[in-house]
Write a protein of this length. Sequence first.
Length: 320
Amino acid sequence: MSNGKPNIRILVVRLGAMGDIVHTLPAAASLKHSYPGSRLTWIVEPKWAALLEDNPFIDRVELLDRDSPAGLLRSWRALRSEGYDLAIDFQGLIKSALVASAAHPERIFGFHQTQVRERTAALFYSDKTISHAVHVVDRNLDLAAAAGAANALRTFPLPQGRAEGDLPPGDFVLASPLAGWRAKQWPMEHYGVLAARLRRDLGIPLVLNGPPGSPLPVVAGAIVHVSGVAGLIHATRRAAAVLGVDSGPLHIAAALGKPGVAIFGPTDPARNGPYGDSLKVLRSVAAPTTYKRGAAISESMRSILPDEVFEALRAVCVAR
């Protein structure tokens, strides 16, 4: 489509969650860069807004307040008042499609019904895109291109973050053990074994990060660090190396180019893995790929043993 219209107003719809927002940052940057003089708004759930702070490609962050009818009405009025030309729904859910529609833009872009999680969402789109890319970042860039982003920017402009909680004064390995579904988690007992080896052989502590109120157990030999999103970004920047599973904190680390190790099991790292080459992916060759949200840790995650993870981390730390 033509980018000739001046002062075009663009709405990016990606309400959450952490990793998905990180994976949409290049698409938003590409849209802003490809439409000179445009005004780009990103609507997001409040708990993820810290990811979008100080982003040079975003003119305004709109918070979707779903806690009360009054809050929803305020959000609806704010969306309607802008007079958007384009809305791009990167989420592909009914709720995100409704948000895009509520803005009453001239055109709504989204993925084809065969590529969204909730097929009904595609009924709200005026323009549907099929992406043949593998990784989610590249799929999002394809959707942005369909909406007129002629220049793809593979950039992740994350904020600096803020110090929260207690961190060791020197080097440490940062791990975020939790994931959106339990099947993607690495067993907590493995972290204890790894923490002991890191201290004994490398003299580096293992820091386990989790959000406030998270079910993060105490692991012998590891330091527990509780923080919000801004504190996680700060801790990731400070860490000597990171250890992650398929969850938001890992994708923050990849976006920042941090060295480390990513443990994968049921999900396909080619599609959902760390973007870029700073993180080494460990995955059993026998791991079956599935996106069913299992309630138990998958056997493919259990099969990655602490010694294998330690050796991969040691290679990273020695190379620094």
